[in-house]
Design a protein around this ligand. Structure first.
Ligand code: EPZ
Length: 427
């Protein structure tokens, strides 16, 4: 299995192009199941999770053409997805277990074909992550749902019917599944306490381009008027705000100066606010933003993860690394997932001073981290250890790189091009 070796201490300077968002690409690809027309998606990132979703869709019978790069200066992939009228409606355990987002095929399959059999994803390294809100809300649209042999068996003998759904808690995937299902339900569906993440808005905008009728995009109340049929469309995936935030932290933590292109500052408002509090300079540019730290040491700040537009849980581990080398004490409280501090023991092995009390971590800044062999348990933990390695004295070897490859496109190339001493060791 590959590993990544980093020799820390180089300030990063130069320019990094931000890829399309993984967490927008996956539901957008699933949305192709809603129509027999061709959905052409561009700015798709080169990531293992995108390939896994493509594999799942191909297994269901979707024709996928890969048209190479989109041109226009960005490196995104372009897929044409065409879901004919006779598809298999079973998402098997072997694929769902590899990637929880596979569960996003449930809503569209059910809405278009009246039946879906999708393996239950099970827990993962960051928490139990049930899909009960998805299932309860689909039942409110009239689906019969049964759980059998580890699979969700959903059917709608009479088709789906619009309903007023109030999510008990903000759920990104739940909102996406229901949004897709409701586009083909009869009558009006209201999704209240809906997720407002930019990836949800991206999906809604694409569905509108496919002929769906949706009001309230970007708000916590989505109103969908069901239509008989959707058609194909051309759509470009929103830039990845978590990749943007991760490289902003890389600039800050190394005392560097990075120009992040192909992205937008408004996507990372909550992250930028904390970075500015910590002493980082951020300025908006036509094609992205510039992030630098020129003025002395970083300052600690308190952070609480929340649904968008709050501080994203997917940036929690990266911000913790920044706080680990900032002046003073910081507190980070994780409110979305119950087990998302698995990076803490690894950071402590690199010399960080962090104590976890329930859902909060107290971080007392240290002068310098020191390189060490480390191991990551999930995607965001992996990038946080890379960031720690960039700031640390000496050599860090990150093992279990496959987590990183699920969500960061060519991370070592992008960092090396800006002066990082980093390389992948292939095995
Ligand atoms: C999405 O996961 C993202 N994944 C996650 O990104 C992200 O961390 C998360 O949203 C929160 O922002 C994708 O978009 C593919 P949720 P999702 O449903 O949709 C609980 C990354 O690193 N819940 O908003 O699975 C759940 O357990 C990943 O890129 C239920 O209890 O998240 C969690 O505590 C990791 N029942 C909370 O809600 C349900 O039916 C939020 O989960 C659904 C969710």
């Amino acid at each position: 299995m590959d590993s990544i070796r980093i020799r820390g201490g180089q300030p990063l300077t130069g320019s990094i192009h931000i890829s399309g968002a993984k967490n927008a690409a996956l539901p957008l690809m699933a949305a192709s199941l809603l129509t027999d027309g061709e959905l052409t998606l561009s700015n798709l990132p080169h990531l293992v999770d995108v390939s896994t979703m493509a594999h799942l869709l191909a297994e269901l019978g979707v024709d996928i053409s890969m048209n190479g790069d989109a041109g226009g200066g960005h490196t995104g992939r372009v897929f044409g997805l065409k879901a004919k009228d006779t598809l298999d409606t079973t998402a098997p355990y072997d694929l769902v277990r590899k990637m929880r987002a596979s569960v996003l095929v449930l809503g569209p399959l059910l809405a278009r074909f009246g039946h879906a059999r999708v393996s239950l994803p099970g827990g993962c390294a960051i928490g139990t992550r049930p899909v009960d809100f998805h299932l309860k809300a689909l039942a409110q649209l009239g689906a019969d749902i049964e759980l059998s042999e580890g699979y969700v068996e959903a059917s709608t003998p009479k088709g789906l019917t619009g309903a007023h759904i109030v999510f008990p808690m903000v759920t990104v995937g739940g909102t996406e599944n229901l949004l897709m299902a409701a586009t083909l339900a009869e009558g009006e569906t209201v999704l209240a306490n809906a997720a407002r993440e930019p990836e949800v808005a991206d999906l809604a905008n694409c569905l509108v381009a496919m002929g769906a009728e949706i009001e309230g995009i970007g708000s916590d109340t989505l109103k969908i008027q069901g239509v008989q049929k959707l058609h194909g469309a051309d759509y470009a995936v929103v830039p990845d705000r978590i990749e943007t935030g991760s490289y902003a932290v890389a600039a800050a933590i190394t005392g560097g100066d990075l120009h992040l292109t192909g992205t937008r500052l408004e996507l990372i408002d909550a992250v930028a606010e904390i970075l500015v509090q910590a002493g980082v300079e951020i300025s908006e540019m036509d094609d992205g933003m510039r992030v630098s730290r020129a003025n002395g040491p970083l300052q600690g700040a308190d952070v609480m993860t929340e649904p968008y537009p709050g501080f994203p849980t997917d940036m929690q581990a990266q911000m913790m690394v920044l706080m680990a080398v900032a002046d003073g004490a910081s507190m980070i409280t994780e409110t979305i997932f119950e087990n998302r501090f698995m990076h803490v023991p690894e950071l402590c092995r690199m010399g960080a001073n962090i104590n976890v009390h329930g859902a909060s971590a107290i971080i007392r800044g240290v002068e310098r981290l020191s390189g060490a062999p480390v191991m990551a348990t999930d995607l965001r933990a992996s990038i946080s250890l890379i960031l720690a390695g960039l700031a640390a004295e000496g050599e860090t070897i990150l093992n279990r790189v496959y987590h990183l490859d699920r969500g960061y496109e060519r991370v070592e190339d992008k960092l090396a091009a800006c002066g990082a001493d980093i390389e992948r060791i292939r095995e």
